[in-house]
Design a protein around this ligand. Structure first.
Ligand code: HEM
Ligand code: HEM
Length: 207
């Protein structure tokens, strides 16, 4: 078994990073949206610190994920996927990566320019990205907030596309990002013999 991605499937490292990042972003979103309404006090300080440390963890994981992708490659588009869908999917994926960098960096910039300290899970301090500056703080805060809503919109479209492929196209797009479905995924990627009916549209372009 290879850890790398193959031509028709995501390997375990890319899969684990994908789903771990989904969990982390969900937690960050829930914490981020609730913490701003909390009344001042020690719990608020703790929850902000947790949000920031988890956000910094995400930054490292996204960098690792891209580095692994550069090393391990990516599967080819599922056979039969129209060219325009490949283009839209690829644009969406790169926009998601860009936002996964922009969000933690804008959070870090806001934190720095607003003059707050930054510690990683209470273990060590992180440097400021810029000196205290009210205008930059406002700008980075807006970037952080609106960037989040854009990320959410793209993620919803992305997940809807994955389910659409799975439920209506019956192809391996979703299963090849899931563990333990090797046979199903490769079966769906190959043309099936159909003795009494013409080739299905999904299989027409299969190699
Ligand atoms: C992908 C990672 C991150 C996500 C998805 C995320 C998400 C959010 C969300 C949804 C909010 C609430 C926005 C609002 O309604 O005002 C928020 C606020 C905040 N985030 Fe993040 N965040 C991330 C990373 C970070 C990082 C790394 C830091 C700091 C190092 C950070 C610092 C903050 C701060 C200080 C606020 C409060 C802003 C305010 O007081 O208005 N975030 N974040
Ligand atoms: C925070 C949420 C999510 C983010 C940020 C995200 C991000 C990404 C990115 C960037 C890729 C492209 C991988 C690459 O080419 O390197 C990808 C692939 C994929 N994602 Fe997500 N994703 C999220 C949630 C989901 C959800 C909820 C589902 C399904 C229900 C899903 C299903 C998939 C599938 C099936 C692929 C592989 C597509 C293919 O092989 O062409 N993702 N995701």
């Amino acid at each position: 078994m290879t850890l790398k991605n193959t031509a028709d499937r995501w390997g375990p490292v890319s899969q684990s990073l994908h789903w771990l990042i989904v969990l982390l972003i969900t937690a960050l979103a829930i914490i981020g949206l609730t913490m701003t309404d909390m009344s001042n006090g020690p719990s608020k300080i703790k929850i902000y610190a947790l949000h920031k440390s988890l956000g910094l963890t995400l930054l490292v994981l996204v960098a690792l994920r891209l580095a692994w992708r550069a090393y391990a490659g990516a599967p080819k588009p599922v056979a039969g996927t129209p060219h325009w869908q490949e283009r839209v999917a690829s644009l969406t994926h790169w926009a998601l990566y860009a936002l996964m960098f922009a969000l933690p960096l804008s959070g870090w910039l806001f934190n720095s320019t607003a003059g707050y300290p930054l510690q990683y899970f209470g273990l060590f301090n992180l440097p400021k990205l810029a000196a205290r500056n009210e205008e930059l703080a406002q700008l980075s805060r807006n970037l952080h907030e609106y960037g989040f809503w854009l990320l959410l919109a793209l993620v919803l479209a992305h997940a809807a596309a994955a389910f659409y492929h799975h439920l209506f196209q019956n192809d391996a797009t979703l299963t090849r990002m899931l563990p333990g479905r090797r046979r199903l995924a490769s079966a769906a990627a190959e043309p099936q013999p159909a003795p009494s009916s013409p080739a299905s549209p999904e299989n027409r372009n299969a190699p």
